[in-house]
Design a protein around this ligand. Structure first.
Ligand code: PMP
Length: 368
């Protein structure tokens, strides 16, 4: 009989690295009538566009590897960016882009991140064997360039950091950093500066012009948010060809499968659809923020993204659990020291958002 998993302990000699063993498993609740916990697009792709992608996938040879350099997709994304394809690397979601950058530039060194920040960077830094150096944002969640640069220059450790990682707009705070603050970091950083622009479409601005002047900047993008393609796992890096080449060397080939490649190409061909979705989400974000500001005791922070950071007077884990009992999933982000009482709520369809606001009202009225 074959042993059942877990019955015999894995011997000491086959233990994972302690920093990996210490990571929490990525788990996210996904079953509820209203899901506002993952910053996805509230609406799916139109059926006719899905059909176009599926027809193109069907026309491909499935017994062959896809193109190792995703040439067509890079060309399509390059047109979208108005840049040379050599400056683009398509990845399996932008999480893979983050991992690739950390493997190529930060392994064995430090990565400086402002916090509260994108939580996945912690896990990916551990995977890549990079040390995380966390620098608090200002109380209003603005970037503190002096503090970031001091950390990157090794003020505490004596070691300069090969990578500074910023997300702007930032997750989970929702605010975009000021272009001046970001440029101040870029100008003086001792290594690569990664600006994760996962939510930039909702802010209506990008740091792309920095690339003209600073070849040590890498922008990260994703099709998971404004492009409504989280299920297709598409991200891309925009950077100097040398930076792109380094990340390509660090990652395995073929991480985009034929479906991802065709979905990415189709998405890049329809910037009009993306622009329309962004307008809808931004208008709904402002409507939702207005409705939440009417709820007694609730603070809504300004957002440049497709989600809102909300503070209530009750403990956030309890509020999140009680919202779920009303069928609404939100993200409890109160484990960050600066975010006591805070929830992160994605902008959904108007009726989903109304249901969330009504549920929150009920929960807060019922009290502790
Ligand atoms: N960066 C940020 C700041 C994010 O919030 C997310 C998604 N939550 C990602 C990157 C990853 O997106 P994906 O891997 O789906 O492209």
């Amino acid at each position: 009989m074959r042993p059942r998993p877990g019955v015999r302990p894995v011997p000491q000699r086959a233990r994972p690295r302690p920093e990996v063993a210490a990571l929490p498993l990525y788990r996210v609740a996904q079953h509820a009538p209203v899901r506002l916990n993952r910053n996805e697009s509230p609406a799916d792709w139109p059926a006719d566009l899905k059909r176009v992608v599926l027809e193109r996938v069907a026309a491909r040879a499935w017994h062959r590897y896809p193109e190792a350099d995703a040439a067509e997709v890079r060309a399509a994304l390059a047109r979208l960016e108005g840049l040379d394809p050599e400056m683009i690397l398509a990845t399996n979601g932008s999480n893979e882009a983050i991992l690739g950058v950390l493997l190529a530039f930060a392994a064995g060194g430090a990565v400086v991140v402002p916090v509260p920040g994108y939580s996945m960077v912690r896990a990916l830094a551990a995977s890549a064997g990079a040390r995380l150096v966390e620098v608090p944002l200002r109380p209003d969640f603005a970037l503190d360039p002096g503090a970031v640069l001091a950390a990157a220059d090794g003020a505490a450790s004596g070691e300069t950091a090969p990578v500074v990682f910023l997300a702007s707009p930032n997750n989970p705070t929702g605010n975009a950093f000021s272009p001046e603050a970001v440029e101040a970091v870029v100008r003086a950083a001792p290594g690569l500066v990664v600006v994760d622009e996962a939510y930039a479409a909702f802010a209506g601005r990008t740091h792309q012009p920095l690339l003209d002047r600073y070849p040590h900047v890498a922008l990260l993008r994703t099709a998971s948010k404004a492009f409504a393609l989280a299920g297709a796992r598409i991200g891309w890096i925009v950077a100097d060809p040398e930076v792109i080449g380094a990340v390509r060397r660090a990652l395995p080939p073929y991480t985009l499968n034929v479906f991802s490649l065709e979905a990415a190409r189709a998405a890049a061909e329809r910037p009009d659809l993306v622009a329309e979705r962004v307008r809808t989400v931004v208008a709904e974000r402002e409507r939702l923020a207005g409705a939440l500001r009417e709820v007694p005791g609730v603070t809504v922070f300004p957002s440049d993204a497709n989600f809102l950071l909300v503070r209530t007077p009750l403990p956030a884990p309890e509020v999140a659990a009680r919202l779920l009992a009303h069928g609404v999933l939100v993200r409890d982000v109160s484990a960050w020291p600066a975010l006591t009482g805070c929830l992160r709520v994605s902008v959904g369809q108007p009726e989903e958002d109304d249901r969330f606001v009504a549920a929150l009202r009920r929960v807060l009225e019922e009290g502790a």
